[in-house]
Design a protein around this ligand. Structure first.
Ligand code: NAD
Length: 254
């Protein structure tokens, strides 16, 4: 799909990767409904995109609320005069070991049910219902297009991230499932799996852990949002790309 023809919802658009991707899309002439729980961030994005070639509409959305994903898809179609896809990017971290021994008390501690469920609700269930509701609206209106899921190299397994890794692996697996299911509607599905990218999500990391990680990245640096945009752009533009997840990680997960 040509970027100037794209009419897409971007979730998690208030900051980080979602904001960068939304901005690049409207600069290229696309129409974007930028959706997030963070309305302040969305207002900043709208100001940053003023004067761009394309059209940006911002909208509050909690992807973990089923009624909201449905309404978002319907209203995005109306706002853009069509809907040709989704950048399924909203995500959260609630890291913790499944079982650990507290250093001071010696007590065995467990990952809380809430810590597990919050990540599953947003990163897997929310992301799945976004795909369901966007594709349903596209099919009802005979729209072809593309879904881009934001997975992670954590899908290969990562200590302290049972919840996050399971959700991101689920999203990568379903990228294949959905590409098989939606091909007959003319809808492709692809996923990007970022490595370590400089965004608010990763900026809280301590310097020692950061230095160790950079040392393990073959290209020798942390990624920037533009690296991920180039991957997303490829999935949107390349009509022969379908069903796969691409690691954009500087070689970290090899
Ligand atoms: N930054 C990285 O290194 C990295 C690596 C791998 C994967 N990812 C994935 O890329 C995506 C974007 O990450 P980022 O680094 O920009 O993170 P970020 O925390 O900077 O931004 C995430 C955005 O999602 C929004 N969000 C959270 N919960 C939401 C909900 N329920 N409904 C709607 N919006 C919600 C937040 O408000 C925020 O604006 C995430 O899915 C993340 O898991 C990031």
């Amino acid at each position: 799909m040509r970027l100037e023809d794209a009419k897409m919802i971007v979730t998690g658009a208030a900051q980080g990767l979602g904001a960068h991707i939304s901005q690049r899309l409207v600069e290229a002439g696309a129409s974007v409904v930028a959706a997030d729980v963070n309305e302040e961030g969305l207002a900043k994005l709208a100001a940053d995109c003023e004067g761009a070639r394309g059209k940006l509409v911002v909208r509050r959305l909690d992807v973990s609320k089923e009624a909201e994903t449905e309404a978002c898809a319907r209203e995005a179609f109306a706002a853009m005069g069509g809907l040709t896809g989704l950048v399924n990017n909203a995500g959260i971290l609630r890291d913790g070991l499944l079982v650990k021994v507290d250093k001071e008390s010696g007590q065995v501690q467990k990952l809380s049910a809430a810590q597990w469920q919050q990540v599953i609700d947003v990163n897997l269930t929310g992301a799945t219902f976004m795909v369901r509701d966007v594709v349903a609206t596209m099919v009802e209106n005979k729209q072809r297009g593309v879904i881009v899921n934001m997975s992670s190299i954590a899908r290969h397994g990562n200590r302290g991230q049972s919840n996050y890794a399971a959700a991101k692996a689920g999203l990568a697996t379903n990228t294949k499932t959905w590409s098989l299911e939606f091909a007959k509607f003319g809808i492709r599905v692809g996923a990007i799996a970022p490595g370590m990218i400089e965004t608010p999500m990763t900026q809280g990391m301590n310097q020692k852990a950061r230095d160790a990680l950079v040392a393990a990245i073959p290209v020798g640096r942390i990624g920037v949002p533009e690296d991920i945009w180039l991957g997303v752009r490829f999935v949107i533009e390349c009509e022969y790309f379908n069903g796969r997840t691409i690691d954009v990680d500087g070689g970290l997960a090899m």
